[in-house]
Ligand binder design. Structure first.
Ligand SMILES: C[S@@+](CC[C@H](N)C(=O)[O-])C[C@H]1O[C@@H](n2cnc3c(N)ncnc32)[C@H](O)[C@@H]1O
Length: 207
């Protein structure tokens, strides 16, 4: 029996076709991704996937990308080469839930993630690891989808959650704002990219 996490296997399989499968959703997500152009300094992007955010970062930023899927990192490397992105300095394969094993404490000015904490098996553990390697003055900038403002919509999303989790590797009803508070972050700004409050841009800092 394989001891590779089944969610990692799902993302490894999806990697070559991920951008095509997500092209519709990308119209919505791309409205938020521009926020990354404002960041400077040492940046860690976790769950980089195929690297959809990378073209938005400022050329002077010093960026390390991280994902547990070797196939996703392969797609990212191809995109970095194609787009000639010289600010992407390091590619690291590993598990967000063990981030502290890969980086020194207080290493980064910013940590970023988009559409990642819907997939991390233990999101609280992952967020606690983010807090360890982020500088105490640092910010965590996320775009995440999750539970909505609508009780009716949440009923449907809860019903579909096991299907997306098993087939695509992500949950529909994670409460990222709540998880951030529980993991020791203070939310500084947050806003929604859609009227139902499903997709949120969230900026937080360690308490
Ligand atoms: C839904 S994709 C999003 C990819 C990219 N951030 C984007 O916006 O298109 C989620 C990514 O998070 C990665 N991921 C999920 N759980 C992870 C973990 N525990 N450690 C490292 N990467 C993880 C997956 O391999 C996948 O590449």
């Amino acid at each position: 029996m394989s001891d590779i996490d089944p969610i990692l296997e799902i993302y490894d399989r999806q990697a070559p076709t991920y951008d095509i499968m997500n092209s519709l959703m990308e119209r919505l997500f791309s409205k938020g991704r521009t926020i990354f152009s404002l960041l400077r300094g040492k940046i860690l992007e976790v769950g980089v996937g195929t690297g959809e955010n990378l073209k938005y970062y400022h050329p002077s930023a010093n960026i390390t990308v991280f994902d547990w899927s070797p196939q996703m990192i392969r797609q990212t490397k191809m995109k970095v080469k194609r787009l000639e992105l010289h600010n992407i300095k390091n590619f690291v394969i590993g598990d967000i839930q063990k981030l502290n094993n890969y980086f020194e404490p207080n290493s980064f000015d910013f940590i970023t993630s988009t559409c990642v904490f819907c997939s991390v098996p233990d999101p609280l553990k992952g967020l606690q690891e983010i807090a360890k390697v982020l500088k105490s003055s640092g910010k965590f900038v996320q775009i995440e989808h999750g539970i909505s403002n609508s009780k009716l919509l949440n009923i449907f999303m809860r019903a579909f959650d096991p299907i997306t989790a098993n087939m695509r590797g992500f949950h529909l009803t994670r409460n990222t704002l709540n998880n951030l508070e529980r993991a020791g972050f203070s939310v500084i700004h947050e806003w929604s990219l859609d009227p139902a409050g499903i997709i949120r841009v969230i900026i937080s800092k360690p308490k």
